[in-house]
Ligand binder design. Structure first.
Ligand code: PEP
Length: 249
């Protein structure tokens, strides 16, 4: 365990309306301290402000799902890291594979977004992961290595960033890698970070993401080198998300 506590972060993606604030109330009632596990929820941007007010007296952090590299300007539809912070977020996901593929985000843009997040005082969840074709071709490790090289900014520290290893083929599919494959990729990511940032980077957490559910969470958290999870679909169901959080603690 690189982090002092595991982090379980829920990515709601483009789901949720004000009706789902009741789910946050339920989470808040169930999670009264962050002794064993740090918990974060990344709702759509429309809910960040209300979620932050609601969770202000709770240990549950609120995060954004993306940010623009610039602090402000003529970028219709975009949201800056400063705006997320202003709305109450304390962290942001960058480089999610859905943004890398649907919005053609490359490593240099992801890196700029991570730097923007730091500029605004936000903690970064930076996603990397290979496609199914890349894994089949035996390129998973080299793809992830090159994403880390290109998208993690210089100066990354355990306090400023966590890596989320999310194999693209496991996201939303119900399919997960074997625990051996997760362990091998997490060890590879650890080595890449150590080569670039030295032993101080051993405190940088590495989350696993991709079809984490109530029923597989314990097995995934037991894998060597897994410091928590980025959870998509299952974070939309309070009971299941709580099962995952308990499994991490
Ligand atoms: C994600 O989108 O980051 C994710 C891990 O999704 P899911 O848990 O639904 O696979």
């Amino acid at each position: 365990m690189a982090r002092s506590k595991p982090l379980v972060a829920g990515n709601w993606k483009m789901n949720g309306s004000k009706l789902n604030l009741a789910d946050l109330e339920a989470l808040k009632a169930a999670i009264r301290d962050s002794e064993g596990v740090e918990v974060a929820v990344c709702p759509p941007a429309t809910l960040i402000s209300r979620a932050s007010v609601m969770l202000a007296s709770s240990p549950i952090a609120v995060g954004g799902q993306d940010c623009h590299p610039q602090p402000s300007g003529a970028h219709t539809g975009d949201i800056s890291a400063e705006m997320l912070a202003d709305a109450g977020a304390s962290m942001v996901i960058v480089g999610h594979s859905e943004r890398r593929s649907a919005h053609n985000e490359d490593d240099s843009l992801v890196r700029a977004k991570a730097e923007a997040a730091w500029r605004a005082g936000l903690y970064v969840i930076l996603c990397v992961g290979e496609t199914e074709a890349e894994r089949r071709a035996g390129d998973a490790e080299s793809v992830v290595e090159s994403q880390l090289e290109g998208s993690v900014p210089d100066g990354a520290t355990p306090d400023s960033l966590v890596i989320a290893y999310e194999p693209v083929w496991a996201i939303g599919t119900g399919v997960t890698p074997t625990t051996d494959d997760i362990a091998a990729m997490h060890a590879h990511i650890r080595n890449c970070l150590r080569r670039r940032f030295g032993e101080e980077s051993d405190g940088i957490g590495i989350l696993y993401g991709g079809s984490v559910k109530g029923e597989n969470a314990s097995a995934i958290f037991a894998v060597d080198g897994v410091d928590g999870a980025l959870v998509g679909g299952a974070s939309l169901k309070v009971k299941e998300f709580l099962t995952i959080i308990s499994a991490a603690g």
